[in-house]
Design a protein around this ligand. Structure first.
Ligand code: ADP
Length: 342
């Protein structure tokens, strides 16, 4: 059993106005790959270091399996950290090293000095170093940040596959939401030391609990339209999104944020938002249109189209959200409003 449980766990650095990690409650299942993600300074590394025992815990508890490790020394926690560094442990048996080297496709490099290894090979050595220890939990802090874009994609697939084969509970820190979404069984989104939401990648994408998570997950980011609630609905220029009675009731003011992902921002709607196409990004498999609404010229609304775009920069389009894919948030608190009953 090597589940990891944070219960109301906090860490405040001396002379800091607010906790770096604030009453974190999070249960990570045995064998799960859990990714901690969020912008720089949100408390990801501190959370990992609290689990590792490298940072004291000022309040609450941390358990590994049934053991309360809150005040145990790092060496007594049975965890292994994967850093970007690559020193190997010299005291392992040759058989074990060979076995792990085979697992990681590193056999032919066993007698090579680290300096003669590529970035990807060094990364696998760092993984190997953690694996040979057979820990209860792997901790990884931005392990791919030194690799170039292509190698990152390759290595993230390898790490995720390896973790699933080994079945060792893993806590992985990254600021990159794509890495988080592609690797994690579940993803925990942090902001200002506070856990916002912990869910499967699919749930995070489909039902973000607030406008922060909605804007953080997905690329290009979800369009966030600052609307006003009127008797017609949530209005943004000439675009109106209907509101249910339950949604109106939940609002704390007239401010509503309508969230529309680029793929749900449709073109050629009869009624909608007139906008000027400013830039067209053609990626081959899809295109992104960056548009400024005529009535809100300071804002940019992004619409995704499949394949190459027939629309050019300078044209005027009518944008309308796919009503079934709209996310509604309280404009003041950012909280998700109740979903429309289906
Ligand atoms: P992340 O890993 O998400 O970038 P960190 O956990 O490193 O964030 O930091 C969380 C917050 O704690 C930040 O505001 C950071 O400035 C602060 N912090 C981190 N380490 C220390 C430290 N040793 N002393 C004081 N403040 C720190």
């Amino acid at each position: 059993m090597s589940a990891v449980t944070f219960t109301d766990a906090s860490r405040s650095y001396p002379n800091s106005p607010r906790p770096a990690v604030d009453r974190l409650t999070l249960a990570i299942a045995d064998g799960e790959f859990l990714v901690l993600v969020g912008p720089s300074g949100c408390g990801k590394s501190t959370t990992l270091r609290m689990l590792a025992g490298l940072e004291p815990i000022d309040g609450g508890t941390v358990h590994i399996g049934l053991t309360d490790v809150t005040s145990l020394a790092p060496r007594d926690r049975d965890i292994a950290m994967v850093f970007q560094s690559y020193a190997l442990y010299p005291h392992m048996t040759v058989a074990r090293v060979l076995e792990v080297a085979k697992l990681l496709d590193l056999e032919e490099f066993l007698d090579r000095k680290p300096a003669k290894l590529s970035g990807g090979q060094r990364q696998r050595v760092a993984m190997g170093r953690a694996i040979v220890r057979e820990p209860k939990v792997f901790l990884m802090d931005e392990p791919l940040s030194n690799l170039d874009a292509k190698l990152r994609v390759q290595t993230r697939t390898q790490i995720a596959a390896l973790q699933r084969r080994l079945g060792v509970t893993t806590v992985y820190v990254t600021h990159d939401q794509v890495e988080a979404m592609t690797m994690g069984d579940r993803v925990a989104v942090l902001k200002d030391g506070l856990l916002q939401q912990c869910a499967t990648p699919r749930d995070l994408f489909q039902r973000p609990v607030n406008s922060f998570v909605a804007g953080f997950i997905g690329s290009p980011a979800m369009n966030m339209l600052a609307c006003t609630a009127t008797e017609r609905g949530a209005e943004y220029g000439s675009m109106v999104v209907p509101l249910t009675p339950a949604q109106r009731l939940a609002l704390t003011s007239a401010a509503v944020t309508v969230g529309v992902r680029p793929e749900a921002m449709l073109l050629g709607a009869e009624q909608g938002l007139a906008a000027t196409v400013v830039t067209v990004e053609e990626l081959g498999s899809d295109s992104f249109l960056y548009c400024t609404p005529v009535e809100h010229p300071a804002n940019v609304v992004v619409a995704r189209r499949e394949g190459l775009s027939s629309v050019r920069a300078g044209e005027t389009v009518i944008l309308g959200p796919d009503a079934a894919a709209v996310h509604l948030f309280d404009g003041a608190t950012g909280d998700r409003l109740p979903d429309r009953a289906t």
